[in-house]
Design a protein around this ligand. Structure first.
Ligand code: GSH
Length: 187
């Protein structure tokens, strides 16, 4: 979504064997994780690094709000909790797909729900603290992606978070969202 919003040319290549233990499956990412950005300089690991690179390449860095750009503590906390929600969801998915004998500690789901409740309550204030002339912000795009991903992977039903739902319906209208809706890729 960040690449599309900032009109940066790219090609999407899915990793089909996400459970692989071979770093080569993940463009040599030792963490065995996606996303990875690949260009003439080699691989770049991780969502935030990639968004930073996309903002730089777009020539519109001044209109892309990345984590840490805004002094307001509410925004900083929202950024932290969106990151936390994403990593908690990954933990829950990994536990669910690891087999019947694996489960995440109960605290993982509780803290995910707490993070979503915090974001739901403060979403309007967080967005009000972002620069009006932004093209895109990391906190909004990441929040949208995680809230839409939770039901896609059947981790959690977020329908009770009413502000988050209204926000997602608003972002659904963006061409970048419509071009990137979640799907399972097959080889
Ligand atoms: N800190 C990394 C985390 C990346 C991450 O957890 N990616 C997930 C998918 S979004 C993944 O690769 N999951 C598969 C796995 O860990 O086996 C980032 O923000 O990019």
């Amino acid at each position: 979504m960040f690449a599309l919003e900032l009109a940066v040319a790219h090609r999407f290549q899915p990793v089909l064997d996400i459970g692989s233990h071979d770093p080569a499956t993940f463009a040599d990412n030792p963490a065995l994780k996606v996303p990875i950005w690949l260009d003439e300089h080699g691989p770049l690991y991780g969502t935030e690094n990639i968004c930073r690179e996309l903002a730089r390449r777009s020539g519109q860095r001044d209109r892309a709000v990345l984590r840490g750009d805004i002094q307001d503590r509410l925004v900083a906390n929202a950024e932290e909790l969106v990151m936390h929600a994403m990593s908690s969801e990954v933990t829950l998915i990994m536990a669910a797909t690891a087999g019947a004998d694996a489960s995440a500690p109960p605290k993982v789901r509780a803290s995910l729900e707490n993070a979503l409740a915090f974001l739901d309550r403060r979403l309007d204030a967080v967005r009000a603290a972002l620069p009006a002339r932004r093209l895109v912000s990391f906190v909004e795009i990441a929040l949208y992606c995680v809230v839409r991903h939770l039901p896609f992977r059947q981790v959690l039903d977020p329908s009770g978070y009413h502000r988050l739902q209204a926000f997602c319906r608003e972002i659904d209208e963006r061409p970048a969202a419509q071009a990137t809706s979640y799907r399972f890729d097959a080889g």
